[in-house]
Design a protein around this ligand. Structure first.
Ligand code: FMN
Length: 251
């Protein structure tokens, strides 16, 4: 089974692509699926998630607390990131044994800090990720261990262990969320939130204090009516939307 966490669809696409290539199935990690998971001898445990501040999303760390893996299981992880994963896989390996770890560079969705890339650059990244997934799947099908190919980046230790800590402490507040008059109260933001952190009342969304910062609510709002402070106003929106034919250059 491949477990994935995803806000804007990059990691979901990677998980589904790997499932197709390795004849496996996928399960989305959300607050609802944080139940204990047992991985038995001979089974495969795949984990796909986005990098947040050179580390793991909090919900992935919470999910791993409930996972118990038999030493005879085959375990691997793929993270998706805009550029670099830092020491995230080292953090992961301190929590669970991994036979293989890989990163995929994909479109960056952190619009709190950066603008979204244009569609052409995004497609280039997705095409490269698609090629890389075919190679990764070969290693997984052969159940190879000792595989590690991660875009770590410079000053990774400091970024992960100081930046990651500061991010979790200060940058996951729900307070900066706000809606404009364009909000229709459709409730899609609440439906896509993996941590059930949004409540819609009187046709208005309200954010509680368990935000993962996946930004699914902002990126997926059909009216572009959600902002996070001032910083997201001019940074565009991104949701994985590429068709497989387009990725493979057939479309
Ligand atoms: C809160 C947050 C923090 C991020 N931090 C990093 C980072 O440290 N390094 C990086 O390369 N990309 C970073 N990104 C970009 C995402 O990892 C990347 O866009 C990922 O593919 C999104 O996956 P998803 O579409 O499955 O949600 C960050 C994105 C978010 C929302």
């Amino acid at each position: 089974m491949i477990y994935y966490f995803s806000g804007t669809g990059n990691s979901e696409w990677a998980a589904r692509t790997l499932a197709r290539l390795t004849n496996d199935r996928v399960t989305r990690i959300t607050k609802k699926t944080l139940a204990p998971v047992m991985i038995e001898e001979g089974e495969t445990f795949g984990l796909v998630f986005p990098i947040y501040a050179w580390s793991l999303p909090q919900m992935v760390s919470d999910f791993l607390k409930n996972v118990s893996v038999h030493t005879g299981a085959y375990c691997y992880a793929v993270c998706t990131c805009g550029a670099e994963a830092g020491c995230a896989m080292r953090v992961l390996r301190s929590k669970v044994h991994m036979d293989g770890v890989w990163s995929l560079v994909m479109p960056d969705n952190y619009i709190v800090a950066y603008s979204v890339e244009d569609d052409q650059r995004s497609l280039e990244k997705v095409r490269e990720a698609n090629t890389r997934l075919q190679e990764i799947a070969t290693h997984i099908r052969a159940r190879e261990s000792g595989c590690a190919d991660v875009h770590v980046g410079k000053f990774a230790f400091v970024k992960t262990f100081i930046g990651g800590h500061l991010f979790n402490k200060y940058a996951r507040s729900s307070k900066p969320f706000r809606t404009s008059y364009d909000c229709t109260g459709c409730g899609l933001c609440a439906k896509v939130c993996p941590s059930e952190n949004i409540l819609v009342a009187d046709d208005m969304p309200f954010w509680s204090d368990d935000c993962q910062q996946c930004l699914a609510c902002i990126h997926r709002c059909p009216k572009r009516a959600i902002e996070y402070g001032k910083s997201t106003e001019k940074h565009g929106r991104y949701v994985f939307h590429f068709a497989q034919d387009q990725i493979e250059g057939k479309g």
